[in-house]
Design a binder for this molecule. Sequence first.
Ligand SMILES: Nc1ncnc2c1ncn2[C@@H]1O[C@H](COP(=O)(O)OP(=O)(O)OC[C@H]2O[C@@H]([n+]3cccc(C(=O)O)c3)[C@H](O)[C@@H]2O)[C@@H](O)[C@H]1O
Ligand SMILES: Nc1ncnc2c1ncn2[C@@H]1O[C@H](COP(=O)(O)OP(=O)(O)OP(=O)(O)O)[C@@H](O)[C@H]1O
Ligand SMILES: [Mg+2]
Length: 272
Amino acid sequence: MNPESRYLQELIIAELGVPAAFDVDTEVEQRVEFLADRLRRTGATAYVLGISGGVDSATAGRLCQLAVERVRAEGGQATFVAMRLPYGVQADEADAQRSLEFIKPDETLAVDVKPATDAMVEAVRHSGLGDREDFHVGNIKARQRMVAQYLVAGARGGLVVGTDHAAEAVMGFFTKYGDGACDLTPLSGLSKRRVRAVGEWLGASPEITGKVPTADLETNNPGVPDEAVLGVTYDEIDSFLEGHDVDEKAAGTIIATHRRTAHKRAVPLAFN
Ligand SMILES: Nc1ncnc2c1ncn2[C@@H]1O[C@H](COP(=O)(O)OP(=O)(O)OC[C@H]2O[C@@H]([n+]3cccc(C(=O)O)c3)[C@H](O)[C@@H]2O)[C@@H](O)[C@H]1O
Ligand SMILES: Nc1ncnc2c1ncn2[C@@H]1O[C@H](COP(=O)(O)OP(=O)(O)OP(=O)(O)O)[C@@H](O)[C@H]1O
Ligand SMILES: [Mg+2]
């Protein structure tokens, strides 16, 4: 990597809070405590999180369940609500069920986001949806998931948990105000392989930790691997975030994508 890429890599690592060292025992303990402490400090009585079948939500979900159990053991009141949020029938529903068996959430709530998504798309259709309708509708699915989670959080006095981590954050690979909207993010600062390591430490099976990451947002093309869209592999992203040398082309893609998606990691641009 050239000196400019190296310099930008260091800035990105600092911005996203990726530690040089990684000890999985410590990470799990600190992240469970982070979640437990937020409940104690805010008085919130529930965590709410969508469980897709992917490794991120399986890992974050198990951390949430451990945190609410910790708070209850101290005499507090806290529940974890795992939400299944399919768009109609989900092709990899079996993976989602496997995640739920691993997490053992206090409560599981299933809400189909298809009717709300379709109703919104049809209500807007007359204004024109352009030639990437399936892509744009995918982002509406992510936002309908957000709406459902906030409705449940509001009704239960709970907080919405997000699964953003450093490998997604650096690429801006989330829907703005969709899965990107949440109250706290227990996986922050982790590369994708470190998320997998945390999941594995927590006891997730290889089917869960080894599942090919997918945003799974397109109706006509379910389960598109993230890596087919990102233009770089998670291995390259992870190595970059962990401070290693990656090839110049991959570094260039990561740096350019990070710059282009800065608005997604920021609060709305305000006058002045
Ligand atoms: N320069 C700028 N300053 C301020 N705001 C700006 C902006 N450029 C666009 N925007 C706004 O941002 C919007 C575009 O952002 P957004 O709506 O997010 O849409 P966009 O970034 O185009 O698409 C979301 C991407 O994230 C991926 N994704 C989504 C959800 C989950 C996952 C996953 O891994 O599971 C991945 C998805 O596959 C897709 O590639 C624009 O419509 C505009 O409103
Ligand atoms: N079908 C779904 N049901 C419930 N929640 C979902 C669904 N799809 C996405 N989500 C939520 O949106 C988040 C972002 O999706 P993302 O694909 O990044 O994570 P993941 O599916 O958990 O893991 P991976 O990135 O490895 O696929 C998920 O972690 C989950 O909280
Ligand atoms: Mg996924």
